[in-house]
Design a protein around this ligand. Structure first.
Ligand SMILES: O=C(CSC(=O)[C@H](Cc1ccccc1)CC(F)(F)F)c1ccccc1
Ligand SMILES: [Zn+2]
Length: 156
């Protein structure tokens, strides 16, 4: 597993719509492994493929308690492929977010408090889940990256 270079804001790949993953082969597994290594090295709680210059609809989310979100759950990293947001709560929450592609910036962002999501795992199995709180926030942040949206386009 390799630590990959992280695209910073201004790189056009961050503004592109990522491509659906259709083949769940060793190349996707190795990309996921490198993304995990890169995310951990950067001390992040998530990372999306476009951030490591790969235009694939795939991201990793890995919530853990931290000074900003002390009650965040400690979760094993989850690989999310071809994500879809099926339902969103009307209730919104405002909180500060960071982005590995926008170093040294913290932006307050409104996010849905609860979302119903669907995605494929690394084996191509379809997963449905309901996410709340910080994990829902990470999913929405990474989902934006897959659509070519960063915090700078969302900041109020
Ligand atoms: O310093 C970071 C890194 S920023 C981060 O981990 C992004 C994910 C994220 C952080 C906070 C809220 C939502 C998503 C990762 C990115 F940019 F690649 F998507 C951080 C860690 C825990 C809470 C808040 C910030
Ligand atoms: Zn980000």
């Amino acid at each position: 597993s390799a630590v990959l270079p992280i695209a910073t804001v201004g790189e056009k790949i961050l503004a592109q719509h990522a491509q659906a993953v259709t083949v769940f082969d060793v190349s996707i597994q190795s990309l996921a492994d490198d993304m995990l290594t890169t995310m951990l090295a950067a001390n992040g709680v998530g990372i999306a493929a476009p951030q490591v210059f790969s235009s694939a609809a795939m991201f990793i989310m890995a919530s853990r308690p931290n000074p900003r979100y002390p009650d965040a759950p400690n979760m094993r990293p989850v690989v999310v492929i071809n994500p879809r947001i099926l339902e969103t709560s009307t209730q919104m929450e405002l909180a500060e977010e960071g982005c590995l592609s926008i170093p040294d910036q913290r932006v307050k962002i409104w996010r849905h408090a609860q979302i119903k999501v669907q995605y494929h795992d690394l084996n191509g199995n379809l997963i449905s889940d309901i996410l709340v709180g910080f994990v829902a926030r990470i999913f929405q942040h990474e989902f934006d990256h897959i659509q070519g949206i960063t915090l700078l386009e969302r900041s109020n």
